[in-house]
Design a protein around this ligand. Structure first.
Ligand code: AP5
Ligand code: MG
Length: 191
């Protein structure tokens, strides 16, 4: 299996690049943000609990997202591999993911981290906010909070994957095609 963590701050291009990668490598895309938004839309109990936190740009509890990922892994038993987008986001999530994959006799191949500066992230998200309807794109202070959550709780995972020899930094500024080419170059080194 080819399991990749596509990492990066809010607006780094994780979703955009995941769409291209899954087509090229026939992988399954698991975005905890997308799954949570569909729960909100369907007004499930889980969605109602998550909505307030998401709208404020805060992380939702680890147990919720770990449970969601576990269910998706079970539901896609024949997958050639997974792109994890927006997961893991905390140390607890990273170690839970390792355990879940080990139970299935597989593991993370690599973490590809899209590097984009804060000004560019803010610009992209405010621009998308004009049309996306996402409450967490709506204003600069919520976007700042998302970036803070990333810096405090998520960015340290770079060390977690560095210790495993799996961390790779990718320039996330440029055209979508240029960034996709850099990602493919890295993925193709894995055999
Ligand atoms: P999530 O949905 O994961 O959002 P995010 O990480 O904040 O980031 P985005 O999805 O907004 O950005 P992206 O990196 O996917 O970039 P995209 O391709 O869209 O999480 C949302 C919330 O859910 C969290 O705040 C939290 O509450 C909760 N949550 C989710 N997962 C969780 C977890 N594991 N634990 C706890 N809570 C969790 O691109 C952004 C924009 O830029 C787009 O408009 C795009 O068109 C544009 N763009 C893309 N590439 C380029 C480029 N090269 N140049 C110019 N523009 C570009
Ligand atoms: Mg996304």
């Amino acid at each position: 299996m080819l399991n990749i963590v596509l990492f990066g701050p809010p607006g780094a291009g994780k979703g955009t690049q995941s769409d291209l990668i899954i087509k090229n490598y026939s992988l399954v895309h698991l975005s905890t943000g997308d799954i949570l938004r569909s729960e909100v839309k369907a007004q499930t109990a889980l969605g109602m609990e998550a909505k307030k936190l998401m709208d404020a740009g805060d992380l939702v509890p680890d147990a919720i997202v770990i449970g969601m990922i576990s269910a998706k892994l079970d539901a896609n038993k024949d997958a050639k591999g997974f792109i994890f987008d927006g997961f893991p986001r905390t140390a607890a999530q990273a170690s839970a993911l390792d355990t879940l994959l080990a139970e299935k006799n597989t593991s993370i191949a690599m973490m590809l981290a899209l590097e984009v500066d804060d000004d560019e992230l803010t610009k992209r998200l405010l621009l998308r906010g004009k049309e996306s309807g996402r409450a967490d794109d709506a204003n600069e202070s919520i976007i700042k909070n998302r970036i803070n959550e990333y810096n405090n709780k998520t960015a340290p995972l770079k060390d977690y994957y560095t210790h495993q020899g799996k961390f790779h930094s990718i320039k996330g500024v440029g055209t979508i095609e240029e960034i996709f080419a850099s990602l493919c170059e890295k993925i193709n080194t894995y055999s």
